[in-house]
Design a protein around this ligand. Structure first.
Ligand code: 4AZ
Length: 251
């Protein structure tokens, strides 16, 4: 996350850190006790991904430290990448994947102050242009830098109209109806490499809803290059089909 501020996991308790072996690879969001929503591009081997190598950490503040009181760690028992995500074209269409998590004793996540789910918004629910939402992650933290943040960060971004994103900032070939765009107030805040798969959550009626999955963007916090997110409200049916969850989860 570029700009914004250092966060604590209690203010982003749905954030997931996904590891391959010892290496951090992507963010994710806890949407139900057994399910993480993330980006398909985090798994370049697609259906051939060897899930035994992966683990998911919830309740994590510092990426290189384990807080045994706050953290919950899981293996991945199932990976579902969207069947229409195309790894060969890299256009990021349908950049969405689900991970089913299970700990060593067969349990899913337990709700605490540092671990809780984000809600899924209703199908096709829209928010107005300019609406403030927040993003969080453990990715690159300085514009032009290569270093990942050692601590969880969060930042505020505003939703950009589909028309501006497709015609002014990017093109219709790059940004389609399965994506939404957002940027910081003066292009100062943005997601960056290592934040992918993580949440864009928006508060509606005092409830945090997951509207976007951090997906891509040209560079980070660059003027006129908004961050692009997978539009979660286009995937309620897909999520419900693969998880058995209801099509939206409020409260
Ligand atoms: C990435 O490489 C990435 N500025 C994610 C988000 C953005 C850029 C790159 C948006 O994962």
């Amino acid at each position: 996350i570029i700009g914004g501020s250092r966060s604590t996991v209690e203010s982003q308790p749905w954030i997931a850190a996904i590891f391959k072996g010892e290496g951090f690879i992507c963010g994710g969001t806890l949407i139900a006790p057994c399910w993480i929503l993330t980006a398909a591009h985090c798994f370049p081997d697609g259906k051939r991904t060897r899930i035994m190598k992966y683990s998911v950490h919830l309740g994590k503040n510092a990426i290189n430290e384990t807080d045994t009181i706050k953290e919950q760690q899981f293996n991945v028992s199932k990976l579902v990448v969207h069947e229409n995500y195309d790894y060969t074209v890299e256009d990021f269409n349908n950049d969405i994947a689900l991970l089913k998590i299970m700990d060593s004793s067969g349990q899913c996540a337990v709700r605490t102050d540092s671990v809780r789910t984000a809600c899924l918004p209703p199908l096709q629910q829209m928010l107005p242009t300019g609406f403030y939402c927040e993003i969080a992650g453990y990715g690159r933290h300085q514009k032009g830098g290569f270093e990942y943040s050692r601590h969880l960060k969060q930042a505020q971004v505003r939703l950009i109209s589909q028309n501006a994103c497709q015609n002014k900032f990017y093109s219709k070939n790059e940004v389609n109806k399965n994506m939404l765009c957002a940027a910081g107030r003066d292009w100062e805040e943005d997601a960056c490499q290592g934040d992918s798969g993580g949440p864009l959550v928006c508060e509606v009626n005092n409830t945090m809803f997951l509207f976007g999955i951090i997906s891509w963007g040209k560079e980070c916090a660059k003027k006129f290059n908004p961050g692009v997110y997978t539009k979660v409200t286009n995937y309620n049916n897909w999520i419900s089909l693969h998880t058995g969850l209801p099509k939206y989860t409020a409260g």
